[in-house]
Design a binder for this molecule. Structure first.
Ligand code: M6R
Length: 595
């Protein structure tokens, strides 16, 4: 949801390459436009335009930008269409300050009207510009710069992080409200960013400011002050030990392919962590005693929640209600109370829809727990206990390894609820490795054959229904084709009319569902469809479907988990064949911190 990066050096230097590299590592947050600003003495050099950092930085020769302070911004458009004028950073009216933000300022329109009425020069529709004018307003009224920033914080409603600098100064200032922000301290420089990956290659010494705090960055130190009273706050410096490999492609052409191939390893690590985590027992106890149990998430995380509820029913005979986070507020929040338990599922731990649902649930006293990948994210802090997904960084916008580890976590919890031996799950990583090895050549061939189609369906039943939904989401997300995921038995209730000669219909069949899926296959086949079946070896399915993509034998739940791997690969290869970048599909962002 946009990314910002700021850098303060102790010497005048070539800042362009530093800003470009940092911006590249923030690309996953948005790529509608990119901009960079440097402060060279009292001169501000601002260059920005629509497009990805690789193109814009060359078009505008960012590499030649010099100075002692610099700001970069990657935009995922909300307020104002993607355009050069709406691209960030933004100048104030007379061009002596420049700032950029990520997130959304929800009173943007009202504030812009006020600024125009106050005689300021408002050039864009973008709320990043609004943040700059919010500071300018108080500078114009005679406040010291830091006090103007403190007052601006009070005027800006929403969830965002903001970074600003003044030409006649040697510092940058940053603050955040409901959005992530990390400050880095290195040899001869300090920096600030929306997220850790852009900082890690430069330094491992970080500070994590909280909401309501202003950070002032000099080249050799940072200072954190409270927005409320301007008092100094002591924030401890941390040393980050995570490996840098996580934010490199490691020889793969795309992060997505690398992350697909990391799935077995992160599942292994997750199982190890779950086995050693004492809190899991207490969570299971709470879920057993709950009046109602809710699994809440959005997008891919919702699909994992849905799979979780099927596992809980099938393995532990326990109903759990899977629900899309915003719908939880309307449909369930009014009736929940402290006897109910909610598991909030999110890769980023920052999805606003999920955090809104969490706030609604907490307001009613519900016991709230989390499942998140990003350690230190809002969800991990706002829930009484949050299980880590242990995936490391997932850079690619399409979720892959975080989905499979969400599934593994739900499976593990279902086993514990059912009193089954969780050691049975230890075979999962090896089965995942085998699956990728077996299916890859066949999936590449199928991708070529069906790539001309811009419309298709992906069907599942029972335990594979959430997998079909997830496969369809992956396909539409990165191939831009329409692909609908559906319960296979529902297909005859309307969508069947879409079928014509060669129309691709993908089935994900669980080991116990072959007879039912065979009916579905034949219903579409007799109408000309091309059927692709993902399942364990089964002579009946082989005889009925056009292609059988065989996954290793296991049991229904694990088989469902394995079933998503060919779908991830299919979407990846089709995306690449179409000339798209699967890591950064158009219009999307990895972290959705807006309503
Ligand atoms: O970070 P979250 O898991 O809360 O994000 C929710 C969705 O935006 C996300 O799962 C999205 O659907 C995936 N990136 C799609 O691949």
């Amino acid at each position: 949801m946009c990314g910002i990066f700021g850098y303060v050096s102790n010497k005048k230097e070539s800042l362009g390459p530093i800003l470009i590299e940092a911006a590249k590592r923030l690309t996953y947050r948005g790529y509608d436009s990119v901009g960079a600003a440097t402060f060279d003495g009292s001169k501000i050099d601002l260059r920005k335009d629509i497009g990805k950092v690789e193109e814009v930085s060359v078009r505008y020769n960012f590499a030649e930008m010099r100075g002692q302070r610099g700001i970069a911004q990657l935009r995922w458009a909300t307020f104002g269409e993607p355009s050069q004028v709406n691209a960030q950073p933004h100048l104030d009216s007379d061009g002596d300050m420049v700032g950029a933000h990520n997130g959304n300022v929800v009173n943007n329109v009202e504030l812009r009207e006020q600024f125009i009425a106050e005689g300021m020069t408002v050039r864009s529709q973008n709320d990043g510009e609004t943040c700059v004018h919010a500071v300018e307003r108080y500078v114009n009224r005679g406040y010291e710069f830091i006090d103007a920033i403190r007052l601006a914080y009070g005027d800006l409603e929403g969830d965002y992080a903001f970074l600003i600098g003044h030409a006649n100064d040697d510092k940058l200032y940053a603050f955040k409200k409901g959005s992530g922000m990390v400050v880095g301290l290195g040899e001869g420089f300090t920096c600030v960013s929306s997220d850790l990956p852009s900082i890690l290659p430069m330094t491992r010494q970080v500070i994590r400011p909280q909401d309501g705090e202003i950070v002032t960055l000099w080249a050799d130190r940072v200072e954190v002050r409270s927005v409320k009273d301007g008092k100094l706050i002591i924030r401890k410096q941390e040393t980050v030990t995570e490996s840098m490999d996580a934010v490199q492609k490691g020889g793969y052409p795309h992060f997505m392919l690398k992350e697909i191939h990391e799935q077995a390893q992160v599942a292994r690590e997750l199982l190890h962590v779950l086995n050693g985590n004492r809190e899991v027992g207490s969570l299971v106890g709470k879920m057993k005693n709950a009046r109602h149990l809710y699994f809440i998430g959005c997008g891919t995380s919702y699909h994992a929640a849905l799979a979780g509820s099927v596992f809980f029913a099938g393995l532990a005979r326990r109903a759990a209600i899977p629900v899309l986070a915003p719908q939880f507020i309307a449909q369930y929040a009014p009736s929940v109370d402290h006897d109910d338990v909610g598991i909030f599922v999110s890769q980023s731990g920052e999805t606003k829809d999920v955090l809104n649902a969490l706030a609604a649930a907490e307001g009613r006293g519900m016991a709230c727990f989390g499942l998140a990948n990003v350690v230190g994210s809002t969800l991990t802090k706002a829930t009484s206990f949050c299980l880590p997904l242990c995936c490391g960084y997932e850079i690619s916008v399409p979720a892959t390894k975080t989905f499979t580890n969400q599934i593994v976590t739900f499976l593990y919890l279902a086993y514990r609820m059912a009193g089954r031996d969780v050691r049975e799950l230890d075979r999962i990583p090896e089965l995942m490795e085998q699956t990728l090895e077996i299916v890859t050549p066949q999936i590449e061939a199928i991708a070529k054959e069906i790539n001309e189609w811009n419309d298709m369906y992906c069907l599942g039943y029972g335990v594979t229904y959430p997998i079909a939904l997830e496969g369809a989401l992956k396909l539409k997300e990165i191939t831009y084709a329409h692909c609908e995921g559906m319960l296979s038995t529902e297909f005859k209730h309307g969508p069947l009319s879409a079928v014509r000669e060669g129309f691709p219909v993908i089935f994900v069949a669980g080991p116990n569902d072959a007879p039912l899926i065979i009916s579905g296959i034949n219903e579409v086949k007799v109408r000309g469809a091309r059927t692709i079946v993902i399942a364990e070896e089964d002579a009946r399915l082989r005889a009925n479907g056009d292609d059988l993509v065989v996954i290793p034998k296991s049991d229904p739940q694990i088989s469902a988990l394995l079933g998503v791997l060919p779908l991830q690969l299919l979407s990846y290869h089709m995306s690449v064949m179409r000339g798209f970048d699967p890591d950064f599909p158009r219009n999307l962002s990895k972290t959705l911190t807006v309503d």
